[in-house]
Ligand binder design. Structure first.
Ligand SMILES: [Zn+2]
Length: 114
């Protein structure tokens, strides 16, 4: 994995993604896990709300890797979420996008204007 400054790593999925598992992979005794890196997240965020949003986005991103999604697929999903209408702005919570969306909206994305 190549990470060049100013990019940083907020989290990492460790394991074998579901689509890459062989037929006889089994269901026990594997150590799939997601690591969340506190210091880079705290360094990148200005507020507690940004920390919470960044952790949420990072966990969801790493779960996507567990399901076998690539960086490009996850980026396309993130952009679609950011572009989705905000259901709370319409005064109808629960309609449209899932409740997790406001956390994504609060996440700072370097080099992107909101
Ligand atoms: Zn990733």
């Amino acid at each position: 994995m190549d990470i060049e400054p100013p990019d940083t790593l907020f989290g990492l999925y460790h394991g074998t993604p579901l689509p890459e598992r062989p037929w006889a992979y089994g269901t026990c005794c594997h150590d799939d896990r997601i690591s969340i890196y506190q210091r880079p997240i705290l360094d990148a965020c200005q507020t507690e709300d940004e920390v919470v949003a960044t952790i949420g986005e990072t966990v969801i991103h790493e779960v996507g890797h567990y399901f076998g999604l690539s960086e490009e697929e996850l980026e396309a999903i993130r952009r679609a979420i950011l572009a989705a209408p905000d259901p709370s702005a319409r005064g109808r919570p629960g309609e449209g996008a899932p409740k997790v969306l406001p956390a994504f909206r609060g996440a700072a994305v370097e080099g992107e204007e909101s």
